[in-house]
Structures are given as structure tokens and as C-alpha cells.
Write a protein that binds this ligand. Structure first.
Ligand SMILES: Nc1ncnc2c1ncn2[C@@H]1O[C@H](COP(=O)(O)OP(=O)(O)OP(=O)(O)O)[C@@H](O)[C@H]1O
Ligand SMILES: Nc1nc2c(ncn2[C@@H]2O[C@H](COP(=O)(O)O)[C@@H](O)[C@H]2O)c(=O)[nH]1
Length: 209
């Protein structure tokens, strides 16, 4: 009984469980999470990462990423401001502690979009998120999606495909992810994602009533 009470208290103090979305570049993470955040406005908050890559057309500083120089990013890492950071396709990426705290302070479900290195490093922290991997149906389809997106140079595209091969292998390892969703048909993948998160979503909605 006492233990139950303690568990409830801890949950209330720490808020809803965060969600880590991972998977190869081009698998559809941003597409799915933007849709989720639109349908469940006021339930999710995006953890805005830092990156040293250049913004793509339409991307906003402070909303999609905090776009920073290598020097600035390294300075933050050295000061211990990041819970994880990684080098991906020639650029630095990282999750600052404050990006998560900002979302959690609002009692929202914090969504993190990180690569597989991020997943491994977050597992060493006490964040305790739900780990979801979004996978493409095949390497061929992934390459087509990345090319059609027209955001990458040939060099960046090749680096991303190489990272994708590693990611696709690692995602098959038991225990790394709570669930692996193959994003073939977008509607089906989205429904699956919602079904995994519905319990957590309802908790946040109930708390607002
Ligand atoms: N099920 C799908 N069927 C067809 N195209 C899709 C599907 N899901 C996503 N796409 C398209 O594939 C491209 C890559 O998707 P998206 O940008 O969401 O990937 P991502 O995993 O967020 O990539 P990154 O990690 O590089 O940010 C986009 O142009 C998107 O519109
Ligand atoms: N380890 C981390 N990986 C991150 C973070 N933010 C994004 N990412 C991952 O980087 C790649 C490429 O992203 P893109 O926006 O340049 O296409 C992708 O796999 C993201 O999941 C982060 O903070 N830490």
C-alpha cells in the first residue's frame, strides 16, 4: 500500500513519461510527430535539440532546432548542459537539459527525436522514456524518400544511408526499443503510434480536466 502511494506520488511529481522517437533519417519521424502534436495540441511538447547543421528552408531557429556553431555547442557540452550529444552525418546534435525541463515544466509529454547513439546515451540517464523506433519498409524506399525530400547533398545522403544500415540492424536487437513501427503506409503507422501512446495521452488529458 505504502509502495503504491509512493509510486503515485513520484509519478505526479515527475509528470508524464517522455517519448523517444528514433530511426533512420528519412524514415518519417518528423512527419509522424508533427501530426501527433497537431492532433493532440496541448498534450505533447517537442524537445528542441541543438545542431550545427544549416537550417533547411522553412525550419525555424528555436522551434525545429537551436542552430548553433560547433564552438557554441562544444562550450555547452563542456559545461554539462546536455543530457546526450552525438555526431551524425558530419554535424553535431544534442539534447540540452533545459529543452526537456521546459516541456516537463508544462506537464506535457516530452517528445525527443534522436538517432541511435542518442537512444544508447539516454538509456544511461534517469529519463525513463518510452522508446519507439520508426523504420522504413526497405533501404530502397528510404533512399527514394530521402532523395525526394531534396534536403541532402549526395555526400550527406550517402552518410545518412550508411547510418541507416547500422540503425536498421540495431533496432532488431531485443530490448533496445519498446516498439518498432514500420512506416510503410503512413495512416497505418500513425494509428499504431497513437495506440502505443494513448494511455499516456489520456493521463495528460485527464489531468487537465
Ligand atoms: N509513409 C510514408 N510514405 C511516403 N512518404 C513518406 C511516408 N512517411 C514520410 N514520408 C516522406 O518521407 C520523407 C522523410 O520523412 P521525414 O522527414 O518525416 O523523416 P525523418 O525520419 O524525420 O528524417 P530526419 O531524421 O532526416 O529528420 C518526407 O518527405 C516525408 O514526407
Ligand atoms: N543524438 C541526437 N540525435 C538527434 C538529435 N536531434 C536530431 N537527431 C537525429 O539526427 C538525425 C538527423 O536529423 P536531421 O534533422 O538533420 O535530418 C536524425 O536521425 C535525428 O533523429 C539530438 O538532439 N540528439
Amino acid at each position: 500500500m505504502m509502495q503504491n502511494y509512493k509510486a503515485i506520488l513520484t509519478r505526479e511529481m515527475s509528470g508524464p513519461r517522455p517519448v523517444v522517437l528514433s530511426g533512420p533519417s528519412g524514415a518519417g519521424k518528423s512527419t509522424l510527430l508533427k501530426r501527433l502534436m497537431k492532433e493532440y495540441e496541448g498534450v505533447f511538447g517537442f524537445s528542441v535539440s541543438h545542431t550545427t547543421r544549416n537550417p533547411r528552408p522553412g525550419e525555424e531557429d528555436g522551434k525545429d532546432y537551436h542552430f548553433v556553431t560547433r564552438e557554441k555547442m562544444q562550450e555547452g557540452i563542456d559545461k554539462g548542459e546536455f543530457i546526450e550529444n552525438a555526431e551524425f552525418s558530419g554535424n553535431m546534435y544534442g539534447t540540452s537539459k533545459s529543452s526537456i525541463e521546459d516541456v516537463q515544466a508544462q506537464n506535457l509529454i516530452c517528445i525527443l527525436d534522436v538517432d541511435i547513439q542518442g537512444v544508447k546515451n539516454i538509456k544511461k540517464t534517469d529519463l525513463n522514456p518510452i522508446y519507439i523506433s520508426i523504420q522504413p519498409p526497405s533501404m530502397e524506399i528510404l533512399e527514394k524518400r530521402l532523395r525526394d525530400r531534396q534536403t541532402e547533398s549526395e555526400d550527406s545522403l550517402q552518410k545518412r544511408l550508411e547510418a541507416a544500415r547500422i540503425d536498421m540492424e540495431l533496432s532488431k536487437e531485443p530490448g533496445v526499443f519498446d516498439i518498432v513501427i514500420v512506416n510503410d503506409d503512413l495512416e497505418e503507422a500513425y494509428e499504431k503510434l497513437k495506440s502505443v501512446l494513448i494511455e499516456e495521452i489520456e493521463k495528460v488529458q485527464d489531468a487537465k480536466k
